[in-house]
Design a protein around this ligand. Structure first.
Ligand code: F3S
Length: 401
């Protein structure tokens, strides 16, 4: 692949071993995927943060990079970690696990990466503009960044995104190119959607389209447009049952007009109310009452937390409740008084982590209730626990006096 003079200097080690090692990774990726050159990025979002997923080998790799002087060149944020970095003791996380987790986060911090550990960087200031090139690795964030923001990223792995952050570049292929953004499946949704239906739709279509680009015609367009929260749930599910990195929604997402020029020739699937109902049923592998209800996959927005607080005002929960979010959204929730209301009801606003990357299997829970199709897909395999999928208001149990 073609490298500029500056990139050649990076590759040759003129900026030190960390940059050289990172450039080697980017060149190898570019060669594998047939990139002709690199493109400069304006933002990075880096996965490979939880000690549960990267273990000691990952920690050593990061500490080596720190010793070699690695520093990021573009604004970069982290994916969720394995514990709430502030409330780990209160939530029951083990000390040995937490110590390793803190070392991982510290290594990233030393490289200049913001330690707001979240899968919704776009809710906390990492918001690249339309058409910009970025290197994001959390699959749900990739889907949101490409589809809703109209930025351009491939589904980076953790090392690829970190290397891009250190070099300020990524190989120019796939979703960075106009031809990578053309839809290849038309999805006609015949039924209006609400709440966790968007996740069920994403799960169902992701299975069909694989790594393709679906173009949605939503019936709800004519009544009520999907919200930011609906779109983040849709993308997360598409990216988890399939390998979707980009979708278009007619009249909603920023590139739908260009994408619509291609839909006349596409294969089409029709999604009915029965399809959505059937998918919702499939996603629940247990019919028991959940002992822990985990919301915020992807991490909850302030509006989602405010709605939970509104419903829980003056009530007492019979099951455990975690509302997972970022430290920045939790700070806003604290100030708005939502956290206090949720805590008074017996729940927690949990930050930096989530039900999939935290070792919740060590905390004594058996059945987890989720309103996210992505979480319903991953909790059984990543945590070995049973899962119930439903709208969150049906999952929580309120104590009667
Ligand atoms: Fe985020 Fe964890 Fe879900 S990383 S998208 S809350 S599985």
């Amino acid at each position: 692949m073609h490298l500029t003079r500056e990139e050649e200097k990076m590759y040759a080690g003129e900026y030190g071993p960390a940059v050289a090692k990172s450039m080697e990774i980017l060149v190898a990726l570019g060669d594998i995927y047939g990139a002709e050159g690199m493109v400069e990025v304006v933002s990075a979002q880096i996965s490979g943060v939880s000690y549960k997923t990267i273990g000691d080998a990952g920690l050593e790799y990061l500490e080596d990079l720190v010793r070699e002087g690695a520093q990021v060149r573009v604004p970069s944020t982290l994916n969720p970690a394995g514990v709430d970095l502030d409330q780990w003791q209160e939530l029951g996380f083990r000390e040995e696990f937490t110590k390793k987790q803190l070392l991982i986060v510290e290594a990233y911090r030393e490289m200049g990466i913001s330690t707001t550990c979240t899968c919704t960087p776009y809710l906390v200031g990492n918001v690249p503009p339309l058409g910009s090139h970025i290197a994001w690795s959390e699959s749900s964030a990739v889907c949101y960044g490409n589809s809703v923001l109209g930025a351009r990223t491939n589904r980076e792995g953790g090392p690829g995104a970190l290397s891009a952050a250190i070099c300020g570049r990524t190989p120019n292929y796939g979703y960075h190119l106009d031809e990578g953004r053309i839809p290849n499946l038309l999805v006609d949704v015949e039924t209006p959607l609400e709440g966790s239906d968007y996740g069920a739709l994403g799960y169902l279509v992701g299975k069909t389209v694989g790594s393709g680009v679906p173009y949605f015609k939503l019936k709800s367009n004519s009544q009520e447009a999907p919200t930011v929260n609906d779109l983040k749930a849709l993308g997360a599910a598409l990216a988890s049952s399939g390998a979707v990195a980009l979708y278009h929604v007619e009249n909603v997402t920023p590139e739908y007009k260009d994408a619509s020029k291609h839909i006349a020739d596409l294969d089409k699937i029709v999604i009915t109310l029965d399809d959505i109902k059937e998918t919702r049923e499939k996603l629940s592998i247990s019919s028991e009452t959940p002992d822990l209800v985990c919301l915020g996959c992807p991490h909850a927005s302030l509006e989602e937390i405010s709605e939970v607080a509104r419903v829980l005002t003056g009530k007492q929960l019979a099951n455990e409740l975690w509302v997972c979010t970022s430290i920045s959204i939790k700070a806003a929730s604290d100030r708005m008084g939502y956290t206090k209301v949720i805590e008074n009801a017996g729940g927690h606003v949990v930050c930096d982590t989530c039900m999939v990357v935290a070792p919740i299997e060590d905390l004594g829970f058996k059945v987890i209730g989720v309103d996210s199709a992505k979480a319903a897909n991953y909790v059984p395999s990543m945590c070995g626990l049973d899962v119930v999928f439903d709208d969150w208001k049906n999952l929580i149990s309120i104590k009667t006096k």
